[in-house]
Ligand binder design. Structure first.
Ligand code: GDP
Ligand code: CA
Length: 321
């Protein structure tokens, strides 16, 4: 029996939730997850927080496994009514899912802290790891295309990531304050893991909340990121197009360069071994494995390789000191 390791994961939606499930499956891990709230938006008068809900639904094992988001065994009658009444319904919100958005909206209107709402929802769904918000303030990613600025969900869902991305901005960021829970989870961690989430629209909006990046960089924890690129391709989503559009390499080396100042090591896929020398030149240690997570076992194995590496590093530091 190992002493429990305090692990803090920075995570977006689908890629983040897979890593979260892997870490949550390990016996000697005390897991806190800091999620992304910059995808949040209002629909039909309700406040929707897609990445936080993906974490909650995944860890509660009620997620729709085929699409990777939304609730399994879902119906869309509420959306049909809205459509009949003339509402835009490109954001697919299911009936079960609507219940959570109603609850969240009601509690926000009462003035409850978004962090408290997220915690209570996770508890009600039986989620063991802590799901934390980087900030309780409203921060929202905006995407500039040739047709002007779009909200993140307009770009991601309505336009299916088709338009060329010219610029990204996160509204509300400069005035946002970090939550004490997130700062504590970062400062008190033995290991900080950056999930294989979209570096630009999932991880950056967490790190860019004033105070968070500095906290990560000051933290005593070992810091390991997992590349969302496998052989220069994403598993899903627009990270490759976005990185290219913004002048960064759309591969594990681009991820290494983006995170080099805050991490110690990068987990890359075995097929990306040819990038090893250049990643090491960024001052990073390399871990390599099969990083495509499909089954429960894939997720737990990848997570345990990261945790084992952290334990070995801890041991080395202890012996050296
Ligand atoms: P979103 O918020 O739902 O878009 O999800 P995230 O930002 O958390 O994750 C999107 C990223 O996860 C994409 O860039 C994918 O390449 C990456 N991703 C998804 N599944 C896997 C996986 O099994 N392994 C790795 N290495 N990356 C993955
Ligand atoms: Ca997202």
């Amino acid at each position: 029996m190992n002493t429990p390791m305090k692990v803090t994961l920075l995570a977006g939606g689908v890629g983040g939730a897979k890593m979260a499930e892997g870490l949550a499956a390990l016996p000697d891990v005390d897991l806190s997850i800091i999620g992304n709230v910059a995808d949040d938006d209002a629909f039909h008068g309700l406040w929707v927080s897609p990445d936080i809900d993906t974490l909650t639904y995944s860890l509660a094992d009620v997620i729709d496994r085929t699409q990777g988001w939304g609730v399994a065994d879902e119906g869309h009658r509420a959306l049909q009514t809205l459509s009949k009444l003339g509402a835009e319904t490109w954001m697919t919100l299911g009936d079960r899912d609507f219940g959570l958005h109603i609850h969240r909206t009601m509690r926000r209107a009462k003035g409850d802290r978004p962090s408290d709402i997220a915690r209570d929802v996770a508890n009600a769904f039986g989620v063991k790891p802590q799901i934390l918000l980087p900030t309780d303030d409203v921060v929202q990613t905006r995407v500039r295309t040739d047709d002007g600025w779009l909200s993140f969900q307009e770009y991601f869902v309505r336009e299916r990531c088709a338009p060329e991305v010219r610029e990204l901005a996160v509204h509300g960021l400069s005035d946002a304050r970090p939550t004490p829970e997130a700062l504590e989870a970062i400062a008190g961690a033995d290991l900080i893991v950056v999930a294989p989430s979209n570096p630009l629209v999932s991880i950056a909006p967490i790190l860019d909340v004033p105070g968070i990046r500095a906290a990560v960089s000051d933290a005593a924890a070992l810091k390991v990121a997992v590349s969302p690129f496998i052989g220069g391709k994403v598993v899903k989503g627009p990270a490759d197009k976005m990185m290219k559009a913004l002048g960064e390499r759309p591969d594990a080396l681009g991820v290494a360069r983006r995170y080099a100042s805050i991490i110690d090591a990068l987990m890359i896929d075995r097929v990306d071994a040819p990038l090893g020398a250049e990643i090491r030149a960024e001052g990073l240690d390399i871990l390599s494995s099969a990083t495509l997570m499909k089954s429960r076992d894939d997720k737990a194995r990848l997570a345990s390789e990261i945790v084992d590496y952290a334990r070995a590093q801890q041991l080395e530091t202890r012996i050296a000191s």
